[in-house]
Design a protein around this ligand. Sequence first.
Ligand code: CU
Length: 137
Amino acid sequence: MKTWKVLIVVAGSALTLAACGGGGNTAGTATSDAGCTVKGNTTAAVTPAIVSNIVPDPNTVGRFTPNNMTVKVGQAIEWDWQDPNVAHTVTSDDGTSFDSCLQNKGYKFVVTFNQAGKFPYHCTIHPLMIGTITVTA
Ligand SMILES: [Cu+2]
């Protein structure tokens, strides 16, 4: 009888852990991102040279696919939020070039790169989500 009770408790804990690991935010409810203003996005209709999907990843929470991209001056990149569980950002490391702020699945963010150079970016809440845009003349 005692053995059975212990087994039930252990099974219950495992279930709780599994629910926690697979869960995350409820889709559609971004973590509070008060004070963040979207910037650097292209509002005109443009055809992006590259589309990067933001997808779940068991090791890094989320991932930009691709994360490192090369475009020519004047070309645009579009990021598509496809992670159904967790909000993410596309934020330039310099803090000024572009910032999507926290967004959920379904959001699209387009940036046109008008200057040659390297533009590293990241997700503000997931340190392992990083990438670099290389813009060539
Ligand atoms: Cu993220």
